[in-house]
Design a protein around this ligand. Structure first.
Ligand code: NAP
Length: 308
């Protein structure tokens, strides 16, 4: 950031547990990982996002609340409030894109601010920003593996674990949530497909418009046999443009030998775009971590402040 002559200070932090902490002179943060201690900060006077943004005199908001599949809230309200107060809004929350992309992008444009969300799909890999470097390209469709939890579970089952053991392993290494339904039943992947279709194909699609099947119906025996036959099961995400819109699906598929998706294992993910000029353009992200997600938000931050 110094090399790019970007100076920053953190003037606000908020969560349900911490409340709305703000100090325009800058907050000093403890170094390293771990939960922040409420007592380490000045008492917060703000009681809602708008007062908090004002108290913090925010130029940029980093929004990283948990995903609410049905409404995209409270992330949408947070991003809207930031843009209305003339701050850039950067989010890792897919709900903002799936439920309010049109509104929030129009608001950002009218305020001459950025609404950026690179981390929402494939963490820090350039997926949305890739298309900024490909002007006038027409995206016909895509196919990929976009959910780590299911990929880790399938890899574990191939190596001899049962579904339950493999899920437990994914939870132990911090990949899967305590309630893994969201990933296992394909919801996380479906939300990512929707985000890609909405932004990159410029087509409105509700989550209900995407065929969805998770991996809970696969037995360990089926998964191992498919791998032994050279056609491993993957939770494949796909979308294809049609004359009257788009067809999109998330479902376990046997991937043929030689298909690049067959070698994407564990926490890795991959996407293969089909475009008019570049018939096949693929990105593989190998073993991402939370730092990778944070990097996506940092890259958005640099893009936003460099452009304004
Ligand atoms: N983890 C990843 O690698 C990754 C990758 C790509 C995208 N994402 C997305 O990034 C977001 C954050 O992920 P995460 O894994 O850090 O989620 P998480 O573990 O659920 O943490 C969410 C954070 O948001 C706060 N929060 C939740 N609801 C809130 C509310 N209503 N108001 C204020 N604060 C709230 C929580 O703190 P309190 O409990 O104190 O409120 C917590 O600090 C999610 O939308 C996720 O889908 C994550």
């Amino acid at each position: 950031l110094r090399d790019r002559q970007i100076a920053y200070r953190i003037t606000g932090i908020a969560s349900r547990r911490l409340g709305w902490i703000a100090d325009p002179k800058g907050l000093s943060l403890p170094r390293g990982a771990g939960a922040l201690d409420r007592e380490a900060f000045p008492a917060s006077r703000a009681s809602n996002v708008r007062d908090w943004l004002r108290a913090a005199q925010a130029d940029v908001l980093f929004e990283a609340t948990s995903l609410n599949l049905d409404s995209g809230q409270p992330a949408i309200d947070h991003v809207r409030a930031a843009l209305e107060s003339a701050a850039h809004a950067i989010t890792a929350n897919k709900g903002t894109v799936v439920h309010a992309y049109q509104e929030l992008s129009a608001l950002a444009a009218s305020q001459n601010r950025c609404f950026l969300f690179e981390s929402t799909v494939m963490d820090g890999a350039p997926i949305f920003s890739l298309f900024d470097s490909l002007p006038a390209l027409h995206l016909r469709g895509f196919r990929g593996i976009l959910n780590s939890t299911t990929n880790v579970i399938l890899s574990g089952m191939e190596q001899g674990l049962s579904f339950e053991q493999s899920l437990k392993h994914a939870q132990d290494i911090g990949i899967a949530e305590t309630d893994p339904t969201h990933d296992v039943e394909g919801w996380d992947a479906t939300v990512k497909v929707a985000a890609l279709v909405i932004v990159l194909m410029d087509l409105a699609i509700p989550l209900s418009g995407i065929e969805r099947k998770g991996i809970s119906g696969l037995s360990a025996e089926q998964v191992r046999r498919a791998r032994a036959e050279g056609t491993p099961y993957k939770l494949v995400c796909r979308a294809q443009r049609r004359e009257d819109g788009v067809t999109a699906a998330v479902r376990p598929e046997k991937v043929p030998p030689g298909d690049p998706l067959a070698s994407v294992s564990g926490t890795s993910s991959a996407i293969h775009f089909e475009t008019d000029i570049l018939p096949g353009l693929a990105i593989t992200e190998i073993n991402p971590s939370v730092e990778t997600t944070a990097y996506g938000m940092l890259a958005d931050f640099i893009r936003a402040v460099s452009a304004h």
